[in-house]
Design a protein around this ligand. Structure first.
Ligand SMILES: [Zn+2]
Length: 293
């Protein structure tokens, strides 16, 4: 399962390059040291944590074979220790590839990932999840305590928040970006109420760094701006739905799904990249409110 043809790798690389309007896939990897033992490596549209422990290294989503090779090279510049833990943040196939580059690593993920990974037709998924947790899992790397938290569905069903409580560093994938709205194409199984709840919980952690998978910046201000965005999105969508819920017409709420996406505006965010995808967020938030997901 871990092997795939080079043609498939080429196709997947091409797909990733085409689907994202962000530049930089071919740039040199950007390695940022956050604390003595914690780095981020941003390359190929993906950011992630590298936690150097006493006996090994913990990484998050290798993403794909190309990034895994880059990660391996960059980690070798930081330490001789092997990668011993890979945390997968959720089940989406663009995040779970590349684990074969670290054959000695345990793969850790939220248990619900197992409902989706066996469906993978491109053979990107690892053969097995070594440790599946439900609500919470702690990995003691010696230097660093790494907590994995499941706070409900967010992007996908197995949404995991990686928290380094002593360093006040958190890592999440696909819940928010730096002043950028994700293409609506990728929101089809994104639970907007779930993201709102997860980000609200993270707000209480007084983070020093909030790392997110597709942005290089780690400032908590990026998270704070997105907490406001999801609150504003919720309010703008909830109010007309709540009004429709009072209607005598039992279909009024559902009719709103046709009209709301084109009518809601959030001017405070009109300068964000990808603002044209707001209707997709409105539609998904409306569905979450009236439908649960
Ligand atoms: Zn995702």
């Amino acid at each position: 399962m871990k092997t795939q043809s080079s043609m498939m790798r080429l196709v997947m690389t091409a797909v990733f390059l085409i689907i994202s309007p962000m530049a930089g896939a071919q740039d040199a990897p950007r390695v940022t040291q956050l604390t003595d033992h914690v780095h981020t490596v941003f390359w190929g549209l993906y950011n992630g944590l590298v936690v150097i422990g006493h006996d090994g290294v913990l990484i998050t989503d290798p993403a794909n074979d190309n990034r895994a090779a880059i990660l391996r090279d960059e980690i070798a510049k930081l330490t001789d220790l092997p990668v011993t833990h890979i945390v997968l943040t959720h089940e989406h196939f663009d995040h779970i590839g590349g684990t074969g580059a670290f054959p000695d690593a345990q793969i850790v993920a939220q248990e619900y990932i197992k409902a989706v990974l066996p469906l993978d037709p491109l053979n990107l998924a690892p053969d097995d999840i070594d440790i599946g947790f439900v609500d919470r899992h702690v990995i003691d790397m010696g230097t660093t305590r790494v907590e994995l938290r499941f706070l409900g569905a967010g992007d996908g069903v197995a949404t995991t928040v990686v928290l380094l409580p002593e360093e006040r560093i958190a890592f999440t994938a696909d819940l928010y970006e730096d002043e950028r709205l994700t293409s609506a194409l990728f929101l089809e199984d994104t639970n907007m109420l779930g993201i709102r709840r997860i980000l609200g919980e993270m707000q209480r952690w007084n983070l020093a760094h909030a790392v997110t998978a597709h942005s290089a910046g780690t400032s908590p201000a990026i998270l704070e701006a997105n907490i406001r965005y999801f609150e504003d999105l919720y309010e703008a969508v909830y109010q007309p739905i709540a009004a429709a819920a009072q209607s005598d017409n039992p279909f009024a709420m559902y009719d709103l799904l046709d009209t709301l996406p084109a009518t809601v505006t959030l001017d405070a965010y009109s300068g964000w990249s990808g603002y044209e995808h707001l209707p997709g967020y409105v539609r998904r938030m409306a569905l979450a409110i009236i439908h649960g997901g």
